[in-house]
Design a binder for this molecule. Structure first.
Ligand code: URA
Length: 445
């Protein structure tokens, strides 16, 4: 079928045969379909959506457009997690070593941040020497040697997705649940992942603003994952308030180290245990959710997960002394505290405003080619439910340049709601959609 016929089918809301969609995507990856035709197709998909059959075919074709990895010879289940991204979301850095310490392998392909704060790779690059450009052979070796690795997408892994994602970025076609689902899943499947736990954030500090949108993505991921032979669990989690007490690349790495030493903030630990419990289910570790959480909590407190993190950093070229002593990580020229204007209880911390304040300080990037400032951001954030007295610190602001400091200060101040009576924070884990109840054998057949 010629490209314009496929575009016309999508424009008219007609089903596209799987073989035709596959050929279209593979031709695009080879350069035989031009960007303008793929852009028209992406826009028609944004408007008219896709059936599960079409999303599955798109996922499979994008996965098959490049090399695929297989960790089957390690005789441990390959699992991963993916977050749709949120303010202070450093869960991947905690969970890759934590799940590996519990016996699964975690070959994690991550991305850089675009927008409010840095992504997982930006955070890790605040550790001097840490390499995020491992070749496939190096990636395999690190996973083999310590149970996990976190690196960037190579040009050879799902190249159709790399090309299409860049095109979507400049054609207003990123916010499409079918395109997002295929984009995330194809990379995980190409990396050899057999089980994926998805953390779909919802709220002011995330891409999905409403629970309904987040649920739709979660359900689509689980359905297409099942059809693609992957075990998928999706949690819909709270992102109206920041996760943890830090926002900013090096500041978040330091918080990860505290968490891996058993001293993490309770909200970060709760999400890590909730997502992690799904990651280790496939290895028959523990019999129920409670027991798996207890195993994970034990590996946080015992230091086993910390040891795996340290080893992973070292194997990926990073200087482990910066993990052992996080005070050596890049630090800002100015650190000032934001005082509470009144006494009472914190009843809200607007994630979007905190993220924006960190962005103004230099923690995020506007264009892909921009650098982030590892040192800047916000730490010691007071959390919802905590009491404050007038003049107490609500947060510390870490800045390198003074020109945007006042703007960041005002924005951060306006993100806190303080009331005379205490209110319970909203539940962190709102919903769970899963196919993990299906037996592992039914997937490996
Ligand atoms: N992350 C991805 O990898 N792809 C998308 O489409 C959105 C987020």
């Amino acid at each position: 079928m010629i490209p314009q016929a496929i575009i016309a089918l999508k424009r008219d809301g007609e089903p596209i045969p799987a073989a035709a969609l596959r050929a279209f995507v593979l031709d695009y990856a080879r350069g035989d379909v031009p960007d303008y035709q793929m852009a028209a197709f992406a826009m028609a998909t944004c408007v008219n959506g896709m059936s599960f059959e079409e999303i599955s075919a798109l996922t499979q074709a994008m996965m098959d457009s490049g090399e695929t990895l297989d960790f089957g010879d390690l005789s441990r289940i390959a699992v991963d997690k993916h977050s749709t991204g949120g303010i202070g979301d450093k869960v991947s850095l905690v969970l890759a070593p934590l799940a590996a310490a519990c016996g699964v392998v975690v070959p994690m392909i991550s991305g850089r941040g675009l927008g409010l704060t840095g992504g997982t790779l930006d955070k890790l690059e605040s550790i001097p020497g840490y390499r995020t450009d491992l070749s496939s052979a190096e990636f395999r070796q690190v996973v083999n040697d310590c149970g996990c690795a976190i690196t960037g997408q190579t040009d050879r892994l799902a190249p159709a997705d790399k090309k299409l994602y860049a095109l979507r970025d400049v054609t207003g076609t990123v916010p499409s649940i079918p395109l997002i689902t295929a984009s995330i899943l194809c990379k995980k499947l190409a990396a050899g992942v057999q089980c994926l736990v998805l953390d779909v954030k919802c709220g002011s500090g995330s891409f999905m603003k409403t629970e309904a949108e987040a649920r739709e993505l979660a359900e689509t991921m689980v359905e297409v994952g099942t059809r693609s032979g992957c075990r998928v669990e999706a949690l819909v989690t709270e992102m109206n308030r920041p996760l943890g007490r830090t926002v900013g690349n090096a500041l978040e790495v330091a918080e990860v180290v505290r968490t891996l030493r058993g001293e993490g903030p309770s909200d970060l630990v709760e999400i890590a245990l909730g997502v992690g419990a799904g990651m280790i289910v496939v290895d028959e570790v523990g019999t129920d959710d409670e027991e798996r959480r207890a195993l994970l909590a034990n590996d946080l407190c015992s230091g086993r997960a910390f040891d795996v993190f340290l080893k992973m950093v070292e194997l990926q070229g990073g200087d482990p002394t910066f993990v052992e002593s996080p005070e050596k990580l890049p630090s800002a020229a100015t650190v000032e505290s934001l005082s509470s204007p009144t006494s009472g209880y914190v009843t809200g911390v607007d994630a979007a405003k905190v993220g924006r304040a960190a962005f103004i300080l230099g923690a995020g990037r506007t264009r892909r080619e921009d650098n982030v400032d590892f040192a800047v951001g916000v730490s010691d954030l007071k959390q919802v439910g905590e009491p404050v007295a007038k003049g107490d610190s609500l947060a510390s602001i870490h800045a390198n340049a003074t020109e945007h400091l006042e703007e960041a200060r005002v924005l951060l101040g306006s993100s806190f709601l303080i009331d005379s009576s205490r209110s319970e924070p909203a539940a962190l884990i709102k919903e769970k959609i899963t196919n993990l109840n299906l037996s592992f054998d039914s997937f490996s057949a």
